[in-house]
Design a protein around this ligand. Sequence first.
Ligand SMILES: Nc1nc(Cl)c2cnn(Cc3ccc(Br)cc3F)c2n1
Length: 510
Amino acid sequence: SHAQARILLAYEPFTLTLHGHGVGDATSHVFKTETQKLLHIVANSLYSEKEVFVRELVSNAADALEKLRYMRMSGATSDAAGDAPLEIRLFVDPEAKTFTIQDTGVGMTEQELNDHLGTIARSGSKSFIERLEESGNKNADAREKIIGQFGVGFYSSFMVGDRVRVYTRSAQPDAKGYCWSSDGTGAYTIAEAEHVDVGTKIVVELRDQCLEFADRAKIEGIVFKYSNFVGFPIYLNGKKINTVEALWTMASGDKSSISDEQHTEFYRFVASTWDRPRFRLHYKTDAPLSINSLLYVPGNHAEQFGMERMDPGVSLYSRKVLIQSKSAALLPGWLRFVKGVIDSEDIPLNLSREMLQDSALIKRLRDVMTQRICKWLEEEARRNPEKYNLFARDFGVFLKEGVCTDASHKDAIGKLLRFESSALEKGKVTSFKEYIARMPESQAAIYYLCVPNREYGDESPYSERFKQQNIEILYLYDSVDEFVMHNLGQVADKPLVSIDSQEALKALTT
Ligand SMILES: Nc1nc(Cl)c2cnn(Cc3ccc(Br)cc3F)c2n1
């Protein structure tokens, strides 16, 4: 009973045991006002879905493991810090209504436990928090900056927990174990604790309306969705639950250790399909922002059978943690056939869907990726024209949609188009570039004719006269082609002219 516990506590500081740790006298601390406001925002309105608290805690655990891995590699740890395996252990206990995550990472000192709150308040400075509150928490960029701070994510555990305890011991030599405890409202306590391994263990006592997070299958699903590629083994009640390598973080290029089979397996995982990719791009850059992407063009696509419009195929990660699955914000709609992953460290975690749409960072990312994909497809066309021409036949519908909807990239997309021509036999296709290379210097325009098929093209009265004057005509069979030509207007300063137009007929008479 309380009386007995009080009596026992009076005699032996370590009689109170919690979660297997002897917890000593606690000192109480009050959150600074700024911190208070920030924590209230984080615990109540910052995140679109409660389940992301799992991702936040797993990400912090992975960062802590990364730090310890680096310390061990650079010989910065004493053997006192031990050599426990670098791993993340999750435990759910429906009876106790607790969700627990433990990492064997660097852990925190008492100083860090106290400082941490301060740094958040200082970095999430007054103006930020006020601006955030004024804009009713809708200012995307301000939210991004606040969220970016390391560890803010920890406070998301108060979305689902009415009490959170943190048992932690730093990997620094002679560090003691501590127990931090709070209900996330105004204050927290810190006490020394016994039997704390190096690393951090966070025990969330779940609110009555959040007991789903004590369900094994639920947690397994959340980890699979957001944290499947975290670079450390994740165990749930003792069973390993993450499996697939974050392929995009491995070496790329010819020295790459990644086999075609691994790519195909990864492609099938991210594209949730069973075909083989036609093309693959492993693109990394640090400027204008950090990008590590692994993209695939699929073997076939659902829309070719008249199925409904495909979902976007590329997911956004930040340091191997899922930010948004199949995000429509990452690439323009016409590139929805591309499958894969874009990982950028510059994107702070827990961006909600609407924030992704209008964030300046995402707009820049989208532009860089679109340009790079156009360049990639041009390279594939040079590398293997036949294979590329099959792609242009099967995916031309997307490219043409791009010319008509993505004005800032329409010229780059124009280079990717392929058409039949009066100069080539039926079934063969050519590019604008090849057409221009064949035409005489004196020819002022690129001529085309929209017809249902090759036969109509050859028999058209218009084309007869052009062929007599040995002028090549591009034959366009798709209904959208007229709009494509109209949107392109010209290629390499040569106007695109339909041979059944007045302009073309004038050209003939001269
Ligand atoms: N797992 C893990 N490991 C490490 Cl080394 C750190 C450092 N900061 N954080 C976030 C955080 C900050 C304050 C409190 Br109280 C709890 C908390 F999880 C960490 N989480």
